[in-house]
Write a protein that binds this ligand. Structure first.
Ligand SMILES: *Cc1c(COP(=O)(O)O)cnc(C)c1O
Length: 384
C-alpha cells in the first residue's frame, strides 16, 4: 500500500494543479499583474470593464458584471429581485452552503429540495413537493436557485416551464459550470440571472476571490451595478439603495483576461480527462452521467461507490499519494446552521444517500495520462 510513497520517487498527484497552468501563462501573466500595479487603478480599473465585455461575448449574454465572489454574485441577484422575509426560495440541498446562505442573509427562507442521483442536479418532482411545504408554512414562493453541480447545467427548460407555471423566477448558481452549455446555450445566458465564481479551484479561477453575475435584462443589470457599489446612484456619494461592497479587484480581472484566453483549450483537456476516467472506471464504480443535450466543464469528477466504505477507500488512496475529496459529506439541510429550515415533502433521501456514496477524483486540464493511470490503478486496487 505504501509502495508509491517511498522516498519521493513518485511525487503525489495534485487534486487540482494550478502550478502547471501558471507556468504555461508565464510572462504574460506577470506583465498583466504588473500593468495593474503600475497603473494604480486597483478598484474598477479598465481591466474590469474589458473582462466584462469578454465574459458577455463568451457567454452570449447582454450583461456581465465582475463581482467580489460567487457568493456575492448570488446575493446581488436576490437583492436585485427584492427577495425579503416571508419569501421562500427553493434550493437543492446537495450543494455548497453558499447557495442557501444568501437566501438566509436577506431574511428569506431557503426551502431545501432533493436532486437526481445520476446528474446530482435539482429534481423537479421534489420542487413540486417543496412548493406545498412552503405554502403550508405560510411562505410566499418566489424563486428557484438551480445549481449546476460539478460543472453540468441543470435541466433549465424544464425548470423554466415549472417556474413560469408557478409564477417564480429562476436563478442559476453556475459557480461550477462557467463554460458549459445546455441545448446549445452557454451558461451565463440561462435563467433570469446567473451567478458564477472565480474562486481559484473553480474551472475558471483567479488568484483570490472573484465572481460574475449575468443577465439579459437591462433594468436588472443596472440595479445590480448599483448594488455592487453600495447602492450608488448618479455618483459615488449618491446612494439610492442599500447595497454591498461587491466589486471585483482590477488585478483579478487582469488575471482572468489571461486565463480566459486559454480556457476553451482547457475545457477540451478536461473533457479528455473525463472520457478517460469513464472508460477506465465504469465497470467498478458509477461514473458521472452527462445528459446528451448538455456539456460539463468538470469542476469535479465525482464517482459513486454505493455499498462501499467510501472513507476507507479514500484513506487508502491518500496513503498511496492519490488525493480525493468528498463533495459533499453532509447535505446543507443537515448542517447545524440550516437544520431549522424546511425541506420538501418527507425528506431528501437522494441527497442524504449521495453524501455517503460520492468520491471526487483528481481533475484538472493538466492531468497527464501517466498520473491519471495511477489514479485509476490505485482506485481499482482499493475496490478489488
Ligand atoms: C464555489 C461555490 C459558490 C460560492 O462561490 P465563492 O466564489 O466561493 O463565493 C456558490 N455555489 C456553489 C455551488 C459553489 O460551488
Amino acid at each position: 500500500m505504501m509502495a508509491s510513497s517511498g522516498l519521493g520517487a513518485v511525487p503525489p498527484i495534485e487534486f487540482i494543479d494550478l502550478g502547471t497552468q501558471r507556468r504555461r501563462l508565464g510572462a504574460r501573466l506577470d506583465a498583466a499583474i504588473m500593468r495593474v500595479v503600475d497603473q494604480g487603478k486597483y478598484i474598477m480599473g479598465p481591466d474590469v470593464a474589458e473582462l466584462e465585455r469578454q465574459l458577455a461575448a463568451y457567454c452570449g449574454v447582454k450583461h456581465a458584471l465582475g463581482v467580489s465572489s460567487g457568493t456575492d454574485a448570488l446575493v446581488l441577484g436576490l437583492m436585485a429581485k427584492s427577495v425579503r422575509p416571508g419569501d421562500a426560495v427553493f434550493v437543492p440541498s446537495f450543494t455548497f452552503a453558499a447557495t442557501a446562505e444568501v437566501v438566509a442573509w436577506l431574511g428569506a427562507t431557503p426551502v431545501f429540495v432533493d436532486v437526481h442521483d445520476d446528474t446530482f442536479n435539482i429534481a423537479l418532482s421534489s420542487l413540486d413537493a417543496g412548493l406545498n411545504t412552503a405554502r403550508k408554512r405560510g411562505l410566499r414562493p418566489v424563486a428557484v436557485i438551480a445549481v449546476d453541480l460539478f460543472g453540468q447545467p441543470a435541466d433549465y427548460d424544464a425548470l423554466d416551464a415549472f417556474a413560469r407555471r408557478e409564477g417564480l423566477w429562476l436563478m442559476a448558481d453556475a459557480a461550477q459550470s462557467f463554460g458549459a452549455s445546455y441545448r446549445g446555450r452557454k451558461v451565463g445566458q440561462i435563467g433570469e440571472i446567473s451567478a458564477t465564481s472565480f474562486y481559484p479551484a473553480k474551472p475558471l479561477g483567479c488568484y483570490g476571490d472573484g465572481g460574475a453575475v449575468f443577465t439579459n435584462d437591462d433594468a436588472l443589470a443596472a440595479t445590480m451595478r448599483s448594488l455592487r457599489i453600495h447602492g450608488q446612484g448618479s455618483d459615488k456619494y449618491d446612494n439610492v439603495r442599500i447595497g454591498i461592497n461587491g466589486r471585483l479587484d482590477t488585478i483579478q480581472a487582469a488575471i482572468l483576461i489571461e486565463k480566459l484566453a486559454i480556457f476553451p483549450d482547457e475545457i477540451v483537456a478536461r473533457q479528455r480527462v473525463a472520457d478517460r476516467y469513464a472508460a477506465a472506471l465504469r465497470d467498478v464504480a458509477i461514473v458521472p452521467r452527462v445528459e446528451p443535450d448538455r456539456t460539463s466543464v468538470w469542476a469535479q469528477y465525482t464517482i459513486r461507490l454505493p455499498g462501499r466504505d467510501r472513507n476507507a477507500i479514500a484513506a487508502r488512496l491518500g496513503a498511496a499519494g492519490v488525493p480525493t475529496a468528498t463533495h459533499y459529506p453532509k447535505p446543507v439541510h443537515q448542517q447545524t446552521a440550516y437544520r431549522g429550515f424546511p425541506v420538501a415533502g418527507n425528506g431528501l433521501p437522494v441527497s442524504e444517500r449521495l453524501a455517503t456514496e460520492v468520491l471526487s477524483l483528481p481533475m484538472h486540464p493538466y492531468l497527464d495520462e501517466v498520473s491519471q493511470d495511477r489514479v485509476v490503478a490505485e482506485l481499482r486496487a482499493a475496490l478489488a
